[in-house]
Design a protein around this ligand. Structure first.
Ligand code: 5GP
Ligand code: MG
Length: 178
């Protein structure tokens, strides 16, 4: 499918699932080296990162744990800056090596809030892996350790990302048609 219609907007195929998998392979290669014999806890940020989290952890070659947390900041196609924690952590991360799994880092507001929340639980380390990164929109200083794909500021859907609730199940990533 080259064009999909979601609500009032049309989206064009932008990154194929095959390219997504190749980009994930590249960052997992580094994560595999950095976390050999460390048993990290991957924390996926719901809802957007559910497919990325699933594909990434399947490619991780050592023992690990997987948990999820839910944050929300988007309304329609805009980041609101008002980040809410919708579902908290249900694992103990004290003295553990944590790897955050984000679908996309845009302004960085969500990431900042997440880092503050997780640091309160005293993990021994926190690194961040994101499928997509919008460097032109990023306003924070927090380094992002593993970036699979850099993109521009366009609004994207598919492979976990939604437009007002729909589109998450698309296997490829689509870009809004202006
Ligand atoms: P930030 O807090 O960095 O501005 O935004 C992060 C969150 O906004 C992401 O986790 C994601 O849920 C949402 N977001 C940012 N850019 C996009 C986009 O292009 N498409 C969709 N669907 N969500 C986005
Ligand atoms: Mg998100």
């Amino acid at each position: 499918m080259e064009i999909v219609q979601l609500h009032d907007k049309a989206f064009k195929k932008f990154i194929s699932n095959n390219d997504i998998q190749l980009s994930i392979d590249k960052i997992v290669e580094k994560i595999n080296v950095d976390y050999t014999n460390k048993r990290p806890i991957f924390i996926g940020v719901l809802n957007g990162s559910f497919l990325f989290s699933a594909d990434l952890v399947k490619k991780f070659s050592s023992s690990c744990e997987v948990a999820f947390i839910q944050f929300s900041s988007y309304s329609g196609t805009k980041s609101t800056g008002n980040v809410k924690e919708l579902m908290g952590l249900n694992v103990d991360i004290k003295n553990r090596d944590v790897i955050i799994l984000e679908d996309i880092v845009d302004t960085g507001n969500t990431l900042e809030k997440l880092m503050i929340t997780l640091k309160k639980h005293a993990p021994s380390s926190i690194k961040i892996a994101t499928l997509l990164f919008k460097p032109k929109a990023y306003k924070k200083k927090i380094p992002i350790d593993y970036v699979a794909i850099e993109v521009g500021n366009e609004f994207l859907v598919g492979y976990g990302l939604d437009y007002d609730g729909i589109g998450r199940n698309l296997e490829h990533i689509y870009k809004i048609e202006e």
